[in-house]
Ligand binder design. Structure first.
Ligand SMILES: Nc1ncnc2c1ncn2[C@@H]1O[C@H](COP(=O)(O)OP(=O)(O)O)[C@@H](O)[C@H]1O
Ligand SMILES: [Mg+2]
Length: 320
């Protein structure tokens, strides 16, 4: 399996001509002496505003991202005056249940790091254990190094990072990947930021058995589950993005849907919302398709009604 490289739409690397890789040997003064000047030289404010605007809720997460950004802006000013001793450790750990926005926020973080010159390119390479660890002896090191090569100059996002460590299997190759990662996280931290992600409890256990990894992670950010009203707002955001809407009865049905779905197995926060809307769109299409001679207005084509929501299996399962 190949590691997919993500790029944020609308925010590209051309946005920061003055960004350069920051390290202790060759730091260039960008001339900025005030916070406002750093902000004006970069798109950091724009990325943070977009984060605020595009993502519902996540208050504690957004405030941590702002804190980290502030640290980096000040560090940038220190660099300009020759004050910085060494590049700050920026490796992070994002914990939370599936669909709470970890991958999405990691992509924004990559952009912020790039705008401020902490990584050369701002791309994010998302991987899991299978991308790093080989099946046979001698396969792991080249696999891990290949991924690191792709991620260099950007962010390496390791989803469910704890699967790298399998204590029940004495000869597990995951350990080899961890050791290579640890070295790079220490020695090339001015060119690569690693973000580990996964469930909080499993990550805590992982760190207990891997203190070396724990000590290299500077920022731990916890992503809370969304509340029902936040999930409803997320649905609105997603629909608006795609030029769809729910009529009033559909909105009420969807609130019920969320309430039921949340209690059922494999609920995955915003991801479940996205999937539910996709299925509702399919039902809307079948509904419209069934009446081939009806002239369809823009409103017909963009409105999900209560039927489209209530036909979900979630309602039958709740009854049964
Ligand atoms: N706060 C939010 N507001 C709007 N959309 C969100 C929010 N959080 C997550 N999403 C959307 O939900 C989906 C799953 O999010 P993702 O970042 O992949 O979660 P995770 O990595 O934690 O599993 C994505 O399509 C993302 O755009
Ligand atoms: Mg994810």
């Amino acid at each position: 399996m190949n590691a997919p490289a993500y790029n944020l739409p609308g925010v590209t690397s051309v946005a920061a001509p003055q960004a350069q890789t920051v390290n202790n040997t060759a730091v260039q003064d960008t001339g900025a002496r005030t916070v406002a000047q750093v902000m004006a030289q970069t798109q950091v404010q724009q990325v943070m505003d977009a984060l605020d605007r595009d993502l519902v809720g996540l208050k504690p997460v957004k405030s941590r991202i702002r804190d980290i950004s502030a640290l980096l802006v000040i560090d940038r000013l220190r660099l300009n005056l020759g004050l910085a001793a060494q590049s700050p450790s920026l490796h992070m750990c994002f914990t939370g249940n599936p669909g709470t926005g970890k991958t999405t926020v990691a992509m924004r973080m990559a952009q912020i790091l790039h705008e401020l010159g902490y990584v050369r390119s701002g791309h994010l390479v998302a991987v899991t254990r299978d991308d790093l660890v080989g099946q046979y002896i001698g396969h792991t090191a080249p696999k891990t190094k290949e991924v690191l090569k792709k991620a260099m100059g950007g962010v390496l996002f390791i989803d469910e990072a704890y699967y790298l460590y399998r204590p029940e299997n004495e000869r597990d190759y995951g350990q080899e990947a961890i050791e290579i990662l640890l070295q790079v996280m220490e020695n090339q931290r001015d060119d690569l930021v690693v973000i580990l992600a996964g469930y909080k409890d499993r990550m805590d256990t992982f760190f207990m058995s891997n203190p070396g990894m724990n000590s290299r992670i500077a920022h731990h950010i916890d992503f809370p589950d969304y509340k029902e009203d936040e999930l409803a707002q997320i649905a609105q955001h997603m629909l608006t993005e795609q030029n769809y809407k729910m009529d009033e009865p559909a909105q009420q049905a969807f609130a019920q849907y969320l309430h039921l779905r949340k209690q059922q197995p494999h609920f995955a926060n915003a991801r479940s919302v996205r999937n539910a809307l996709e299925r509702a769109r399919l039902r809307q299409a079948s509904r419209l398709f069934a009446d081939p001679h009806k002239e369809l207005t823009a409103d017909d084509l963009s409105t999900l009604n209560a039927q489209d929501i209530l036909a979900s299996r979630v309602f039958q399962q709740a009854k049964g």
